[in-house]
Design a protein around this ligand. Structure first.
Ligand code: SF4
Length: 317
C-alpha cells in the first residue's frame, strides 16, 4: 500500500494496517449502547495512527465497557474489578515500547478503582485511559455508581440516589502531575475521534471521560444533553480539540478555554450548570514515570549484578 502526499510523491509503507487488522470478536453490547461508538473510534484512531496490532495492548477492569479488549484485534487483558489501571501501569513499566490503552467505567474506575485512579494519574505513564461513564453499573443491572445523579432511582436506591454525584473532572484535575483531561459525549463522532486521537498523541496518561449512552439502565443520564444542546459547553482553543464548522454549529454554548490553564480548567470543571465538552487540560511536560521504571531494562545480567553488589555495599559495616 502507499499514500499520496500533497506534492504527489508517494510514501511506500512496508506494512499498511486497515480497519480489518484491528477487528476483534463480535461486540455483544445492547442495541443503542454508546460503547459501539467508542469501539469504532478506537479502531479508526489505531488505523489512522498505523499502530502495529502486535505492539498494542488494551487493558480493562470489569463492567460492560471492560469487554473492550475482546473487540480489538490486538493484545488484551480483561482484568480484575477496579484494577485496569495498575495492570496497565505494570505492562507499561516492563514493556514501555508497547502502546497501552485502558477501557474502564464509572463504577470500575471511580469506586472500587478510586485508589489506583489517583496514583495512576500521578504516575503519568504513557497510555490512553477511556472512561465509559454512563452513570450506572450496567453489567450488574442498574446499581448506583459514583456518578449517578442525585435522586436517580436505581436498584440499590429505589427511592433515588441520596448523594450528590462525584465530579471525575475536578478530582482528576486535583491530582498532582495530571497531564491530560478531556470530556466528550459518545454521540458526536468527530469530537470523539479528535479527543481520542489527541489523547493517543499525548505522551503521558490521557484521561478521557466519555459521556456514554446506556439506553437500557440510565437513559436519563445522557438524554437531557442530547435533547438540549444548550446544556453542553463546547471548549474552543487553538490548542484544544481540532473542530470544524460542522461541529461548531451544533453547540450554541461555547467558551474559549486555553487547556494550558489549570485554574481555568478547574473553574470549567466545577461549573455544574453545563457539561463541558473538549480538552480541559494539557501539560505535555509533566514527568512520565516509565522514564524511571524503564531504567535497567536493557542491562545484561552482569550489569544488574554489579548494581545489586553496589547497593549491598551501602550496608557493609
Ligand atoms: Fe451498554 Fe447499558 Fe447494555 Fe451495558 S447495559 S451494554 S452499558 S446499554
Amino acid at each position: 500500500m502507499f499514500g499520496l502526499k500533497a506534492d504527489w510523491s508517494a510514501d511506500v509503507f512496508e506494512r499498511y494496517f486497515t480497519l480489518g487488522d484491528y477487528a476483534g470478536g463480535e461486540a455483544r453490547w445492547c442495541p443503542g449502547c454508546g460503547d459501539f461508538a467508542v469501539l469504532n473510534t478506537v479502531h479508526r484512531v489505531l488505523r489512522d495512527e498505523q499502530m502495529p496490532p502486535e505492539k498494542t495492548v488494551v487493558v480493562s477492569g470489569i463492567g460492560c465497557s471492560s469487554r473492550l479488549p475482546h473487540y480489538v484485534g490486538t493484545y488484551g487483558l480483561h482484568g480484575l474489578h477496579g484494577r485496569a489501571l495498575p495492570l496497565a501501569n505494570g505492562v507499561k513499566a516492563r514493556r514501555p515500547d508497547l502502546d497501552v490503552w485502558v477501557g474502564t467505567g464509572d463504577g470500575d474506575c471511580f469506586s472500587i478503582g478510586a485508589g489506583p485512579w489517583i496514583h495512576s494519574i500521578r504516575y503519568n505513564m504513557d497510555m490512553v485511559v477511556l472512561i465509559f461513564d454512563n452513570g450506572i453499573y450496567g453489567l450488574t443491572k442498574k446499581q448506583t455508581s459514583p456518578t449517578t445523579p442525585a435522586g436517580e432511582r436505581t436498584n440499590t436506591h429505589p427511592t433515588g440516589a441520596p448523594l450528590p454525584a462525584l465530579n471525575p473532572l475536578t478530582v482528576t484535575l486535583g491530582i498532582s502531575n495530571v497531564s491530560f483531561v478531556a470530556q466528550v459525549p459518545d454521540w458526536n463522532p468527530p469530537l470523539l475521534y479528535q479527543a481520542i486521537k489527541l489523547a493517543h498523541q499525548h505522551r503521558g496518561t490521557s484521561f478521557v471521560r466519555i459521556i456514554q449512552r446506556c439506553p437500557v439502565f440510565s437513559d436519563s443520564f445522557c438524554k437531557p444533553f442530547q435533547e438540549d444542546p444548550e446544556r453542553l459547553l463546547l471548549l474552543t482553543h487553538e490548542h484544544g480539540l481540532p473542530m470544524d464548522e460542522s461541529v461548531l454549529r451544533l453547540f450554541p454554548e461555547q467558551r474559549a478555554h486555553d487547556p494550558c490553564n489549570w485554574l481555568g480548567a478547574m473553574e470549567v470543571a466545577r461549573d455544574q450548570s453545563r457539561l463541558p465538552v473538549g480538552l480541559l487540560y494539557h501539560d505535555p511536560d509533566a514527568p512520565v514515570y516509565e522514564d524511571l521504571s524503564a531504567q535497567g531494562l536493557n542491562k545484561t545480567n552482569e550489569e544488574k549484578l554489579a548494581v545489586i553488589e553496589k547497593a549491598l555495599d551501602n550496608f557493609a559495616i
